[in-house]
Design a protein around this ligand. Structure first.
Ligand SMILES: [Zn+2]
Length: 191
């Protein structure tokens, strides 16, 4: 299970600190609710991809519940990482913006930019984003035109604060930013 956590530092600082980041303490288990602190359970690494195919090795801390009947393990994921994607959020947002601005990408990056874009502009994903912003009390209207709508939503994410958006939207819904399920729902409906 993943726990999203705001380390209060930039992705660069998080990377630089590695295992020396200020990892959080948990006084109870989010699953079985037992009031015993979660044990630190080592580290693991994953590669994240930053813009222009730059590979970054990210360290994540694991925790385990002390309750023998539960023993659930948790990974603490910094809030700037898109859950399950492990790409850096600002890279995705910047790719989407460049795509909307009509930039022509080099071969290495085009496929990924198209992949994100397709997912971002799907009706299911856009509706999910709108639902999130409405729950957050935003009454702004969005244009009907798909491209203009995408541009507006992107701006709303940026105005909201990227990390805050990621943390809040992941906590509030079973779906999350750029979730494949949101894209698949659209695919099923459109065939
Ligand atoms: Zn537990």
């Amino acid at each position: 299970m993943q726990i999203n956590h705001d380390f209060g530092v930039s992705p660069e600082i998080y990377l630089e600190r590695g295992k020396n980041n200020d990892f959080p303490h948990f006084s109870s288990c989010p699953v079985c609710k037992i009031k015993k602190k979660l044990y630190r359970h080592g580290f693991y690494y994953r590669y994240g991809i930053q813009e222009e195919n730059c590979l970054t090795r990210l360290v994540f801390c694991r925790y385990i519940c002390q309750n023998p009947a539960c023993k659930m393990t948790f990974s603490v994921i910094p809030s700037f990482i898109v859950p399950r994607f492990q790409f850096l959020l600002d890279s995705i947002l910047s790719l989407l913006k460049r795509k909307l601005d009509g930039e022509r990408f080099s071969d290495g990056i085009r496929q990924r930019a198209n992949f994100y874009f397709k997912r971002f502009i799907s009706d299911a994903h856009q509706n999910w984003l709108l639902q999130f912003f409405r729950q957050e009390g935003t009454s702004e209207t969005v244009p009907e035109d798909k491209t203009k709508k995408a541009r507006k939503l992107l701006k709303m994410i940026q105005d909201f604060g990227e990390s805050t958006f990621l943390r809040k939207s992941t906590d509030s819904f079973s779906n999350y930013f750029m979730a494949p399920s949101l894209y698949q729902i659209k695919k099923i409906h459109s065939t």
